[in-house]
Design a protein around this ligand. Structure first.
Ligand SMILES: *Cc1c(COP(=O)(O)O)cnc(C)c1O
Length: 391
């Protein structure tokens, strides 16, 4: 049926994932164990990093990363305002303050010049986010961090797989957090991974993700393990169960294929929209870098249209196209407004928010569905072209 609704997202789950879950269910060991360990090894190899630590969400990974750098009450952490709730809320868990930063001039990522302006004596770290999978300019951010002795923790929830000059995101900064949430580029339903090349961080994270206990449950209960354990810290409950890790391993084998399929959809969209002034395709990665294309964030130009972005979204919905908005900048939300974040200081993020529409982009889309999205967007823009005064 050609006029069926095209959802904003559908996960790409195949026979391999179903078989992997069935295998784990039949073993009798459901929680963290050999499958989680295997997934970690495979992930570390894929990224090209020494340690990959599986956890139950990217939010948990970010929290463990901030614990590893010993974030303390009263510290400040620089984060983009243009991101999801998780990037900043993890900072508040420590009694520290997220300091919001504006986006780059014509993109969605955090602006390193704005970052540097907001550094104080209390600043401890920067959490850049690779919005949509477009890798941030880490060279510049690392130079800023080095000048001011700050940690860099990447929120790579959108950036699997992405790369800068052949180096995969996840292998570059001290600590990098990935998400396997249901809508992300690979999924375990819920889940996350923290990568690092630092042995001390890895040991700390391994301990803190499971109650601050010295050996994890698998080692304790396995035949060769011991009943003895010691609680060395007040830790967290953030481990990834084997049922989900098995799904993750199956998804990881398709990660690069999925990326190519999304990149092809992005290219088709951008080609189709390039000639229309009312539509602004998202930035592409720099030469030699690799974009994960987790999201395709189209911006409309409301000044050339007689409808708003919200009305544009409503028209696409009527045409059977599911869309989303990434993101409502953090400083525009009630919690942050209540806590003294001023609206006027983030003009670029606000402009992007006012104009952005995320279009469907996932491997399961058929050619005819991609064509329908393109037609609906182009026709909506053409139908609502603002009448301009004659010269
Ligand atoms: C999805 C997302 C997260 C959180 O991921 P979870 O695995 O759901 O905790 C964090 N940051 C960004 C930018 C995200 O889009």
């Amino acid at each position: 049926m050609s006029d069926q609704f095209i959802p904003f997202h559908l996960p790409s789950i195949g026979a391999e994932e179903r078989a992997a879950v069935a295998r784990v269910l039949s073993t009798g060991w459901l929680t963290t164990g050999p499958c989680a360990q295997a997934f970690e090894r495979e992930f570390a190899h894929f990224i090209g990093v020494k340690h990959a630590l599986a956890v139950n969400s990217c939010t948990a990974a970010l929290q463990l990363a901030l614990d590893a750098i010993q974030l303390r009450s009263g510290d400040e952490v620089l984060v983009p305002t243009y991101t999801f709730a998780a990037t900043a809320e993890v900072v508040t868990y420590f009694g520290a303050r997220p300091v919001l930063c504006d986006s780059v001039e014509d993109g969605f990522n955090i602006d390193s010049a704005d970052v540097e302006q907001r550094i104080t004596a209390r600043t401890k770290a920067i959490i850049p986010v690779h919005i949509a999978g477009d890798p941030c300019g880490l060279d510049t951010l690392h130079a800023v961090a080095k000048r001011h002795k700050l940690h860099v923790i990447e929120d790579a929830a959108h950036a699997l797989p992405a790369a800068l000059q052949g180096r995969r995101i996840g292998s570059i900064s001290e600590l990098t957090a990935f998400s396997f949430y249901a809508t992300k580029t690979i999924t375990t339903g819920e889940g996350g991974m923290l990568t690092t090349n630092n042995d001390a961080y890895a040991a700390r994270i391994r301990k803190m993700r499971l109650h601050g206990i010295s050996a994890d449950a698998w080692n304790r209960y396995a035949r060769e393990g011991s009943w003895y354990y010691e609680i060395e810290d007040a830790g967290y409950k953030m481990n990834m169960p084997d049922i989900l890790a098995a799904v993750g391993s199956a998804q990881l084998t398709k990660c690069e294929l999925f990326r190519q399929q999304r990149a092809a959809i992005a290219a088709a969209y951008s080609n189709a929209f390039a000639a229309m002034d009312e539509l602004e395709p998202p930035p592409v990665a720099n030469r030699g870098d690799e974009h994960a294309w987790h999201l395709y964030i189209l911006r409309v130009r409301p000044e050339l249209l007689n409808i708003t972005r919200n009305e544009f979204i409503a028209e696409l919905k009527n045409a059977g196209i599911g869309t989303s908005v990434h993101f409502i900048p953090l400083h525009m939300h009630p919690y942050y407004r209540k806590h003294g974040y001023e609206s006027a200081t983030f003009p670029r993020a606000e402009d992007a928010y006012r104009r952005c529409i995320s279009l469907p982009i996932y491997p399961g889309m058929s050619d005819s569905e991609i064509a329908r999205v393109i037609d609906a967007v182009r026709q909506t823009a053409a139908r609502h072209r603002a009448r301009r005064a004659a010269a």
